[in-house]
Design a protein around this ligand. Structure first.
Ligand code: ADP
Ligand code: MG
Length: 278
């Protein structure tokens, strides 16, 4: 059985009340963001979702996180329908979402306490320390988020998500706000951490190179409205990986070309539709 089953999931954002269409039964401004999306996610796999901007990637991840209701279809985690957020899924946000008044250590502690309130102080201390070490933040324990670079803030975000011991990590463009170099460093960190833990990850990204470096499978979504899964690519590079060696692999160039042409085609269609509307 898959760890996560996404079955015919559709998301309709309801329109304004008072514009009800008796024929279609819909309010006239209902917006179908994604339609009939299905995929199975196996345990201990790294899955990336890539697609044109606005196609519904965050919408899908929010439904997996239990932060946004599903309009139709179902999402099962270990066979059970997802009804809300839970400690089995750790989230990493693009804008870090740290508590600005708390130190690095306090941010992590707060998350762990919320999920595991009965943990002994000793076990709690150990868990915080382990995860701070894991992301390379030793020495920054007592700093506040405003004293940290973007890359360090996202390290806190990752440590916090991992410290609650989730079954899976959900990341929505986790490196999207970082400069290219920092982004590269953090990608390498994620690859290293993933080798150690092999937790299931679902990551949204805009970056083809990032998806190729980290993923076992890459889900390519079509443009919205009513976005679908276009194709799921298998990434065969052996692990551990690094960005130089994967480029030597015979599958690298064809996979990259396929993703580029998919993204280019879908994005061009979005742009053309926009131009026609004007
Ligand atoms: P992505 O993450 O792929 O860039 P999103 O999932 O954020 O895209 O959005 C998908 C589509 O759904 C967009 O057209 C967006 O405008 C629309 N959308 C997102 N959230 C809402 C909402 N709360 N109400 C109405 N429409 C929304
Ligand atoms: Mg998004």
């Amino acid at each position: 059985m898959s760890q996560l089953s996404i079955r015919n999931v559709t998301k309709v954002f309801p329109g304004k009340k008072g514009l009800f269409n008796k024929v279609t039964g819909k309010t006239s401004r209902d917006f179908t963001a994604i339609e009939n999306i299905s995929m199975e996610i196996e345990p201990n796999t790294f899955v990336s979702i890539i697609g044109p901007s606005g196609c519904g990637k965050s919408t899908l991840l929010d439904m997996i996180a239990g932060l946004s209701p599903i309009s139709d279809g179902e999402i099962l985690l270990n066979g059970q329908p997802i009804t809300g957020p839970g400690p089995d899924r750790g989230m990493v946000f693009q804008n870090y979402a740290l508590m600005p008044w708390m130190t690095v250590e306090e941010n992590i502690r707060f998350a762990v306490e919320t999920v595991h309130p009965k943990l002994s102080p000793k076990a709690m201390g150990r868990k915080i320390k382990e995860n701070i070490q894991l992301v390379g933040l030793e020495g920054a324990e007592r700093k506040h988020p405003h004293e940290l670079s973007g890359g360090m803030r996202q390290r806190v975000g990752i440590a916090r998500a991992l410290a609650i011991d989730p079954q899976m990590l959900l990341m929505d463009e986790p490196f999207g706000a970082l400069d290219a170099l920092t982004r590269g460093f953090l990608q390498d960190e994620i690859e290293r951490i993933w080798e150690q833990q092999r937790k299931t990850v679902i990551m949204i990204t805009h970056s083809i190179e990032e998806a190729l470096l980290l993923s076992d499978r890459i889900v390519m979504m079509t443009r919205g409205p009513a976005a679908r899964v276009d194709e799921i690519l298998e990434v065969p590079f052996p692990r551990p990986r690094n960005r130089e060696t994967i480029m030597q692999h015979p599958a690298y160039a064809p996979l990259k070309a396929e993703m580029e042409s998919h993204l280019f085609r879908e994005t061009r269609a979005v742009e053309e539709a926009r131009i026609r509307k004007r």
